[in-house]
Design a protein around this ligand. Structure first.
Ligand code: ATR
Length: 485
């Protein structure tokens, strides 16, 4: 074959196919392969019928159709499929060639695979790609990480097909070594969970306490979307709430079953936060809210049996709406503050030199969490690249000062009415915990020392010096050390 492919793409499912169309649309020559070869035939004789796309019937044929150094991108189901493909590709490729995984792989797999492929003399890239089907076609947000030497070989192509912002910055940049790209994509997904849940909680407050119709809430969200809360998710939510079901002629939202699905990336983010010891209550609560929602039968039974307060309707006014809006805004800031804190901790753990301002920039276009507000995060990290917590930045501190009262009132009113608002209230509790210089954790330490002789540090002694008290006659003098059981 005399086809001189710029890149070979394996896996013609939804994301793969649309990425190929995007690449071809940017004048790249793309060789394609799919395990079920019929899909290759179907694609190159249908939607992909252009001289820029060559269908291949085997991996050796795909590899032969590529320019050197070869760039081979896998867009296949995450998990063993990626390992199997790497094993099949390695003998076909040469040192200096690049293997890219554009799927939703777990970052630990990407770390392991980077080591393996690099040991064979090749380059490996784990690229998180966000934006779904339309993003893949028209410009996704791309978060590549792995072998640094691969970036100059991919930069032009990846930045060309990524979403472009008005300031000409592409939503694609090098994230860092081994699993950094997939990690950042994972945290993006976690933030997406919390962002969606916060909008849903706000909707429920407006619907149940404000007695507003979906149509009216669509108007409120549309209005908010013109300000600091401008985001893709708020925009589509307003559209969703306006949709009428053609069968029942009710708002479509009222005939959609309230059981939320999940594919697992939110849980991965939560797992990582628990493992690294980073508070991530916004995202964790969002994941758990989906699990609880999915347990419809138990909720229906409990709704009959468990007592709750009478709903206290809100007097709907511009002032009340502004209060709910502020609560959403500050809680959203808290979610991002937690998410970036997790990134910072992971960067330290895995030795990744992450550029947080640029990461926020990559999420401004192409992906699901794109929002005006991300500009402020970029600005905060430009002001201080070492910023410990977003909320400590002057802009966000001011936002918290202006919005915290509304946040409290909204979370408290929801609680008093028995309307669950887990992310709104969990983030508020985190915020208050964060600003509590002297907490009740001394009591936890005393309890641990009492029942397990775990020892404690004293306020009047240097850190690192441990004490034990014989709390009762039954207790001995043996201490268990300062490990965490
Ligand atoms: P979807 O994204 O539509 O849910 P999927 O089942 O996750 O699809 O599979 C995505 C892609 O991974 C498909 O191109 C699939 O190839 P087939 O069309 O042959 O099913 C590919 N894929 C899954 N497992 C694979 C494997 N072990 N080796 C190679 N490709 C594989």
């Amino acid at each position: 074959m005399d086809f001189q492919g710029d890149i070979g793409l394996i896996g013609l499912a939804v994301m793969g196919e649309n990425l190929v169309m995007n690449l071809a649309g940017h004048h790249y020559q793309v060789a394609v392969f799919n395990r079920t070869v019929d899909k290759v035939e179907k694609f190159v004789n249908g939607r992909g019928k252009t001289p820029s796309i060559a269908g291949c019937r085997s991996l050796p044929e795909l590899v032969r159709a590529l320019k050197r150094p070869r760039r081979v991108m896998m867009m296949v189901r995450a998990g063993t499929a990626v390992d199997e493909l790497i094993d099949q590709l390695l003998p076909l490729l040469e040192p200096g060639d690049v293997v890219i995984d554009g799927g939703n792989s777990h970052y630990t797999d990407t770390r392991r695979r980077t080591r393996k492929v690099e040991a064979a003399g090749l380059l490996y890239v784990g690229a998180g790609i966000s934006g779904g089907e339309l993003g893949a076609l028209n410009g996704p947000s791309i978060m590549p990480g792995g072998s640094a030497a691969a970036w100059p070989l991919l930069r032009e192509m990846f930045q060309a097909i990524a979403a472009q912002l008005p300031d000409d910055l592409p939503c694609c940049d090098w994230i860092g070594p081994d699993g950094a790209g997939h990690y950042v994509k994972m945290v993006h997904n976690g933030i997406e969970y919390a962002d969606m849940q916060l909008i849903a909680e706000t909707y429920e407050v407006l619907r149940k306490m404000g007695k507003l119709t979906p149509e009216a809430i669509a108007g409120v969200f549309g209005e908010w979307n013109r300000g600091a809360l401008n985001s893709y998710l708020l925009e589509i939510t307003a559209e969703i709430l306006r949709k009428v079901d053609p069968v029942t002629e009710k708002p479509l939202i009222d005939v959609i079953l309230d059981c939320a699905g999940q594919k697992g990336t939110g849980r991965w983010t939560a797992d990582s936060a628990l493992e690294l010891g980073v508070p991530l209550s916004g995202i964790i609560e969002a994941v758990q809210a989906r699990s609880l929602s999915d347990d419809k039968a138990r909720r229906e039974m409990s709704a009959r049996l468990l007592p709750g307060p009478a709903l206290r309707p809100a007097a709907v006014s511009d002032q009340w709406l502004a209060q709910v809006r502020s609560a959403l805004y500050v809680a959203k800031i808290a979610v991002y503050a937690q998410g970036f804190q997790l990134l910072k901790r992971a960067a330290k753990e895995f030795g990744w030199p992450l550029d947080y301002g640029r990461i926020a920039g990559l999420w401004r276009g192409g992906c699901i969490i794109r929002a005006i507000f991300l500009n402020e995060i970029t600005a905060a990290y430009r002001r201080n690249p070492e910023l410990d917590n977003l909320l400590l930045d002057e802009f966000f501190r001011r936002a918290a000062a202006e919005g915290q009262e509304a946040w409290r009132r909204t979370a408290a009113a929801a609680a008093l009415s028995g309307v669950a608002a887990p992310v709104l209230s969990a983030t508020l509790n985190w915020y208050d915990g964060l600003r509590t210089a002297e907490s009740a954790a001394n009591l936890i330490q005393a309890q641990r020392d009492y029942f397990g002789a775990h020892t404690y540090e004293r306020t009047d002694a240097p850190r690192g010096k441990f004490f034990h008290t014989v709390w009762s006659e039954a207790g001995g003098g043996t201490v268990s050390g300062s490990y965490d059981a």
